[in-house]
Design a protein. Structure first.
Length: 120
């Protein structure tokens, strides 16, 4: 699973939060201003990052629309689950990692895990 840089993450957050696909211009306009009031990004920069996200499999592009619009290829939850699975899969001691994780969840999260595992 490819990791996301800061700008990639910001664009993905916008796409994950949007009910509709968005153009590079719309994404650029929706990006929060960075601290310190630095200048806005060029649309070409956003397009470059979107191209990288497309190559990584994070976004799909509708080439029939003008301008092209982009949408997330998966949900935020699917992405986060994949990251968790990747980390767990790379652990030399999966049981220890799971025990540590479960030991840090709230009571509500533990109840949700029990429900998901079918052991109410």
């Amino acid at each position: 699973m490819a990791t996301l840089g800061e700008l990639e993450r910001a664009l993905m957050d916008l796409l994950w939060d949007s009910a509709q696909p968005m153009s590079a211009g719309e994404l650029r306009e929706s990006l929060p201003r960075t601290a310190g009031g630095s200048k806005e990004l060029a649309v070409t920069t956003v397009l470059t990052v979107l191209s990288r996200l497309e190559n990584k499999g994070f976004v799909t592009r509708d080439r029939d629309s003008r301008p092209h619009v982009y949408r997330a290829a998966t949900t935020r939850a699917e992405h986060m689950a994949e990251l968790m699975h990747e980390v767990l899969g790379s652990a030399p001691d999966r049981s220890a990692v799971l025990a540590r994780f479960v030991g840090q969840v709230s009571a509500g999260e533990a109840e949700q895990l029990r429900k998901l595992l079918g052991s109410n």
